[in-house]
Write a protein that binds this ligand. Structure first.
Ligand SMILES: Cc1cc2nc3c(=O)[nH]c(=O)nc-3n(C[C@H](O)[C@H](O)[C@H](O)COP(=O)(O)OP(=O)(O)OC[C@H]3O[C@@H](n4cnc5c(N)ncnc54)[C@H](O)[C@@H]3O)c2cc1C
Length: 395
């Protein structure tokens, strides 16, 4: 995106990427339906960036969700708003858009050099990093030095490293004296110490229409039991809070509401109504319309001590404590928290310490839930960095 904005301004641009082709994470993101942005009002949209809101508000407003949708239309991909307010391209995938985009960049004269692994900046005579020189290894393994008036770094986070974003740039940035908050998994599943019996029967079974959260079960959706824990939208949306709790206390209790449509009283009443003296707890709860996986989860989380009293069961089902051991590893996370801190960059996304070098996308220290907020901020910061670079080049 930065390359396109620069090329439109008449700048001679070359993109370097270490992978054999460009946009691999964008392609991966399109596999489950490319959620390019969100249609909610801008103020609500910006809240999704949490503590980074103040750093991203202006740039997301300058290249906003409507601009991004227009841009997609310009690539023959009209967008539509899904039932949840999320925005998708008509084809639902990234492939047609990426193909059209690479063709357009090519017609703008943008050169693409793949299999070029960025190693670091050249060193100036005074020993400081020289932002006008970048050192790569090329496809043959040879070291090449490239000179540029301006450089925009958009090397991504560290999730799904096989798409190319492997966080390998962090050490070089730190060596250059730049402050980089550690890269951590975001929008990811959690590890739970399930018993063998639970895993055998329920790994791969969804917990339909539940709510989960830290403290209170606030995020609704379907969660999935896996061999090692829990995955799914509401778990991903809680992952930042879970990370905070693990960092602070070393443990985290995720609370699950197995029936967010009913209050405790309504649920207790239903359980009272279907109670028969001879029924086992499992039969009783099944009649109370709890799925087998939900009953098993109640057993799992109480050490097989499900109470016999309808009130107590209702309370348990509405606030079921699941002990989280850890987040799932970063290589399977959807996105990355941490990165180059905002103190290191100017309002135009240029590094204070290395003039002429701009930073954009997920390698910056922000995070957001899924819903299109990740790609929107990646695109918006790229536009901002390119506009900053243009000012520097032409002023
Ligand atoms: C499974 C999955 C699904 C997703 N779905 C969505 C979604 O629907 N909606 C959404 O908003 N977001 C989604 N995301 C997140 C979104 O894809 C990312 O936030 C976004 O791609 C980040 O863009 P970026 O340009 O900052 O980094 P990336 O897209 O990661 O690109 C970084 C590039 O830098 C290159 N690179 C890295 N290091 C070097 C080096 N040393 N030398 C040379 N090149 C290097 C990489 O090869 C890569 O091409 C998803 C992510 C995943 C993993």
């Amino acid at each position: 995106m930065a390359a396109e904005v620069l090329a439109e301004a008449g700048v001679d641009v070359t993109i370097y990427d270490q992978m054999p082709s460009a946009g691999r994470k964008l392609l991966l993101a399109g596999r489950g339906g490319l959620n390019i942005t969100h249609s909610e009002p801008l103020e609500a949209f910006l809240q999704r960036y949490g503590s980074a809101r103040s750093h991203l508000a202006d740039v997301v407003a300058d290249f906003d969700p409507n601009d991004l949708r227009d841009w997609c239309t310009g690539l023959n991909e009209t967008t539509f708003v899904g039932s949840s307010g999320r925005v998708f391209p008509e084809s639902f995938r990234s492939t047609p858009m990426l193909r059209a985009w690479l063709r357009r960049l090519d017609s703008q004269g943008v050169k693409l050099r793949v299999r070029h692994h960025w190693l670091g900046f050249g060193t100036a005579e005074d020993g400081r990093p020289d932002g006008t020189r970048s050192v790569f290894t090329d496809a043959d393994g040879s070291t090449v030095e490239v000179r540029a008036d301006v450089t925009i770094m958009a090397l991504g986070g560290a999730s799904w490293p096989r798409t190319g974003s492997d966080g390998g740039w962090v050490d070089e940035f730190i060596r250059c004296g730049l402050d980089v908050a550690p890269l951590r998994p975001a929008n990811c599943g959690v590890r739970v110490g399930w018993t063998e019996e639970f895993v055998e029967r329920f790994a791969g079974v969804p917990l339909k229409n539940v709510a989960v959260g830290v403290g209170s079960p606030s995020v609704r959706g379907d969660a999935m039991v896996t061999k090692s824990g829990l995955e799914g939208g509401p778990v991903y949306a809680s992952s930042s809070e879970i990370r905070g709790s693990l960092d602070r206390d070393g443990i985290c209790t995720l609370v699950v509401d197995l029936n967010p449509d009913l209050s405790i009283d309504q649920l207790a009443e239903r359980l009272r109504q279907c109670r028969r003296p001879k029924d086992s707890i499992s039969t009783w709860l099944r009649k109370g319309r709890f799925a087998p996986v939900a009953v098993a989860l109640m057993r799992e989380c109480t050490g097989n001590q499900i109470p016999a009293d309808p009130e107590r069961v209702a309370e348990l089902a509405k606030l079921l404590p699941v002990q989280v051991i850890d987040l799932m590893p970063i290589d399977r996370a959807i996105s990355t928290a941490g990165g180059v801190t905002f103190d290191e960059i100017s309002g135009s996304f240029m590094l204070h310490r290395i003039p002429g070098v701009f930073v954009a996308g997920e390698m910056l220290d922000w995070e957001a839930p899924t819903g299109g907020y990740l790609l929107q901020a990646s695109f918006s910061t790229a536009v901002a960095a390119a506009r900053g670079a243009i000012v520097m080049l032409f002023e």
